[in-house]
Design a protein around this ligand. Structure first.
Ligand code: NAI
Ligand code: MG
Length: 477
């Protein structure tokens, strides 16, 4: 049994406490590793190391071209280890092996992408009067604290870290307690091998209410980034408000696809396959609702029922598998409860609805129709392979249903009519809108929520601004 350690100040260390966090493989419930549980004292140690590294100005004063080179070195190291790192990620998260390897590649791409911005953090000159020379510069915050969820342990660390690092901050990362292993071993090793100076990047795993809370409350953490549930997001925002520090928050979703009467139904089926069944639906921007015009409802339901019946379920490292397990027994029970609540509320089962009778946290590919907007399964984030289908008569009604949740992360519209596509896209509440597909975005496209899905934007060029503060300097001539 491998025991994993924390990465603090350029070293792998046990924590101050004897408590162990066991990590299970969701596909077979077997113990695959354990890590010493990070506590407040370990967070303090990591923040101290990060602060010291920041104050040394080693990264802040580094020539931007050199900082970029260092980041491209991290990218290269991540690509080198993508296969072995991916295998461990697949074991701890349960997702497809190909997706796990791809997370390391995507992480590398984040470092490459943001390395291109290190020498483009430009200020302005501002005309005050002829006797004053006034200009602005962007500066890092200092120590940046990142709290990461378990659904994309590697690519989400990279998403915020690459920005934070490119901007010149020191970073302390708190991975999710369910999936810390690949981050503490392969990811940390890549940073180390690339020659990142000690203390600039630190990784400590512990439980959210201990290590996570200690990180957000620490007086030397000057900026916070969080991805996860709305509930925890609000706890983190309160902690940030307590110290008046900024926080990047990317919270959950209940994203709807609106299917207009002229839609290409094969495109709807393809989008469903990737939108709600990839990664067992555990994606914040998953297509968890579909709002279908009554005139084509039967055809859509027939094709989706066939799709659900054809999906191969199994562990992520098995050939041909399309639907992998969910992360934990707790998550599985949560999905079961939603399935039951949908039935009680009067929804109709098109497919699935049950956990699968085998070892591992497998849930059937599930589609419910006759879902009404006020039902719990139409309102709450289920975070499983579970699609709720609602129907509508006129366009206004469809948009109203799509927007009628507390979330606003992503949305979609299916139509052959470009005017209707742009009109609908403009009316939908969501930070990303997909037309005739799902997940069309990339590292370069801004991502984030409307309403309770959060207000920050990650990815793309503007994301780096969340890790920089603006200073104005005036010189009396
Ligand atoms: P969570 O939001 O509670 O956990 C995410 C991260 O926050 C973990 O690293 C956790 O240790 C940390 N955390 C928890 N409590 C904290 C606190 N008080 N202070 C600081 N950090 C804290 O999500 P959880 O419990 O894993 O899953 C529950 C639900 O959240 C899921 O069913 C899903 O609906 C949603 N979720 C959404 C994600 C997204 O990508 N939007 C990702 C993960 C979960
Ligand atoms: Mg939680």
């Amino acid at each position: 049994m491998k025991k994993y350690q924390h990465y603090i100040n350029g070293e792998w260390l046990d924590t101050s406490d004897k408590e162990i966090i066991p990590v299970l493989n969701p596909a077979n419930e077997e113990l695959i590793g354990e890590i010493t549980c990070g506590k407040e004292a370990d967070i303090n140690h990591a923040v101290e190391a990060a602060k010291k590294a920041y104050n040394s100005r080693i990264l802040v004063d580094m020539n931007p071209m050199e900082r970029a080179k260092l980041m491209r070195g991290i990218a290269e190291e991540l690509r080198k280890i993508s296969k072995e790192g991916g295998a461990l990620l697949c074991a701890e998260n349960g997702k497809l092996l190909s997706s796990s390897i791809n997370e390391f590649i995507e992480a590398a791409n984040y470092f490459d992408y943001y390395s291109g911005l290190t020498d483009k953090i430009e200020g302005q000159t501002i005309p005050v009067n002829s006797q004053v020379m006034d200009y602005t510069i962007y500066e890092p915050y200092g120590v940046s604290g990142h709290i990461v969820p378990w659904n994309f342990p590697i690519s989400m660390v990279a998403r915020s870290l690459a920005c934070s690092f490119a901007a010149g901050n020191s970073t302390v990362i708190k991975p999710a307690e369910l999936t810390p292993l690949a981050t503490h071993s392969f990811f940390a090793q890549a940073i180390h091998n690339a020659g990142v100076p000690a203390g600039l990047i630190n990784i400590v795993t512990g439980y959210g209410n201990e290590a996570g809370a200690a990180l957000t409350a620490h007086p030397d953490v000057a900026q916070i980034t969080f991805t996860g549930s709305v509930k925890t997001g609000k706890t983190i925002l309160r902690a940030a408000a307590e110290r008046a520090v900024p926080a990047v928050v990317e919270l959950g979703g209940k994203s709807a696809a609106v299917v207009l009467p002229d839609a290409d139904i094969d495109k709807v089926v393809n989008a469903t396959k990737i939108g709600i069944f990839s990664q067992a639906g555990q994606i914040c921007s998953a297509m968890s609702r579909m709002i279908v015009h009554k005139s084509i409802k039967q055809e859509v339901l027939d094709k989706l029922s066939k799709l659900a019946g054809s999906i191969k379920v199994g562990p992520g490292d098995e050939e041909g598998v399309e639907l992998t397990p969910v992360i934990s027994e707790e998550q599985l029970q949560k999905i079961e409860n939603y399935a039951r609540s949908g039935l009680q509320a009067g929804a109709n089962v098109i497919s699935g609805g049950n956990r699968i009778d085998r070892k591992g946290y497998f849930f059937e590919p599930t589609i419910y129709s006759e879902v009404k907007p006020e039902m719990t399964i139409a309102q709450e984030e289920i975070f499983g392979p579970f699609l709720s289908i609602l129907d509508y008569e006129d366009h206004e009604e469809a948009v109203h249903i799509a927007n009628d949740t507390e979330y606003g992360l992503a949305a979609g519209v299916f139509t052959r009519d470009v005017d209707m596509a742009t009109k609908t896209a403009a009316l939908l509440n969501g930070g990303q809108v997909y037309v005739n597909s799902w997940f069309t975005g990339s590292i370069a496209t801004p991502f984030g929520g409307y309403k309770q899905s959060g207000y920050s934007r990650e990815k793309g060029q503007q994301a780096i601004k969340s890790y920089l503060q603006l200073k104005n300097i005036g010189i009396q001539l």
